[in-house]
Every structure is written in C-alpha cells, then in structure tokens.
Design a protein around this ligand. Structure first.
Ligand code: DC
Length: 225
C-alpha cells in the first residue's frame, strides 16, 4: 500500500449512526489505528461496577473518581482493562445503562481524554465519539459529524436486538433520550464542530459512505486511494 499522510480524523455524531463501524473500516483502508472513545467510557463503567463504585442503580462519584489513578485502559485494537480483553463485556446491558451518566463526570472525561492523547500520539488515527472534534482533538485535520433520521437509526438498532421483549418504540424512546442527554450535558456535550463536515447517512449504505470519504480524502487531503 502506498504510504498515506498521517492525519487525525475525528468522527463525532449521534448514537446508532454507525460511527464506530465506519471509523474501523476507514482505519483499515488507510492503515491507521482506530480508537473508539465510547469503549473507554464503557471500560471505566465496567471497572466501577466490578469495584462496587457503581451498584444498586447508583453511581458513587467520589468512589469512582478515586479508582481512576489505579486504572489502566488501552485499545490495541481490543479494549483492555490492564491486560484483560473486555471488548465483549463492555457491550452488556448493565454497562450500557451506566456509561452515559459515567461519561458526564468531568474527572472521567479527563481520564479518557488523557488516554486518547497517549494512544494517538503517533498520528495516523481515526477516532470516534461525541466530542473528538470539539474537545479531544480540536485541531484534527479532518472532522466528520455523522447524523441520520432518528427513525432510521432506531430501526437499525432494533434489527440488531435479540431480546424479543424489546419493541421498536422502546428502542426509539431510549435513542431519543440518549440524544437529549448527550447533547445537553454540562461537560463536553455532543455538538458539531464549526469546521466539521456533515455526513447524513439516512439513505446511504456503508459502501456509499466509504466512497464519499475516499473522494474527500483524495480531493481535499492529497491521499491516493
Ligand atoms: O458510543 P458508545 O455508546 O459506545 O458510548 C458510550 C457512552 O459514552 C455514551 O453514553 C456516550 C458517551 N461518550 C461520550 O460522552 N463521549 C465520547 N467521546 C464517546 C462516548
């Protein structure tokens, strides 16, 4: 493969827009590393649950923050706590439930941001999340903001669920609730960076998205893909 420029590509957007799958495919195509920042918030949440800082439906913020200096997280490419691969465990319902309130804690955000900077220090990174282009890497060379109609996003998510008790309306409500929470929290809310390019994939396939990006990288950033 021809050597490509080593830039930072920041991908933010609403939940269930396919950010991580898109970011992963781009990284493979470019020979870049892919960092999924949401997975790090999930890893902190899993650790908090294991250590009892999260339990009985509540988060003990002080106890959780006190755990952070002793916690090691990484992605290479699977998400690890110390040397344990927790990629499957962080996708469980219990972790998903608490990851959003955990990600609203400023100390947790600083911890995750420090780790993202450490892992991205060599450049050549595609990173996805909610605040990568606005807060984590405000100088990223390319910022993409992904969005799609919420009915379409809920249908994509609904098709993936294996729980027969969950209805489409349940999925839609939970998605709208998450959009609202992510966009209105005090610390680092989800918003489009002024210089981000919008990718609305309501009517696009993943192939369409990749083609869109390849054209953009070739025309604007001097890649030859
Ligand atoms: O993308 P995800 O569902 O795996 O993210 C888990 C949680 O972390 C989600 O509630 C949003 C939050 N998050 C965030 O606040 N900032 C990021 N950069 C990435 C994720």
């Amino acid at each position: 493969m021809k050597q490509q420029p080593k830039i930072i590509i920041a991908i933010d957007g609403y939940s269930s827009t396919g950010k991580s799958s898109f970011a992963k495919l781009i990284a493979e195509r470019l020979g870049y590393i892919h960092l999924d920042s949401g997975a790090l918030y999930r890893a902190v949440t899993l650790y908090g649950l294991r250590k009892g800082a999260i339990g009985d439906g509540k988060i003990d913020k002080d106890a959780l923050v006190a755990l952070l200096p002793g916690l090691e997280v990484s992605q290479s490419p699977c998400t690890c706590i110390f040397d344990e691969n927790v990629e499957g465990l962080i996708r469980q319902m219990e972790v998903s439930r608490f990851a959003s309130p955990v990600s609203a804690i400023a100390e947790v955000r600083n911890f995750v941001d420090d780790n993202l900077h450490r892992m991205a220090s060599g450049g050549g990174v595609v990173m996805d999340g909610r605040d990568i282009g606005t807060t984590v890497f405000p100088n990223a060379e390319l910022k993409i903001f992904m969005q799609a109609d919420d009915l379409v996003r809920a249908m994509r998510r609904y098709r993936e669920t294996s729980d027969p008790g969950v209805t489409f309306i349940d999925v839609l409500h939970s998605l709208r609730e998450r959009d609202l929470r992510d966009s209105n929290r005090e610390v680092s809310p989800l918003r489009k960076a002024d210089d981000a390019i919008v990718l609305d994939n309501t009517c696009m396939t993943m192939e369409d998205e990749i083609e869109w990006l390849v054209n953009l990288l070739n025309e604007k950033y001097g890649f030859s893909l």
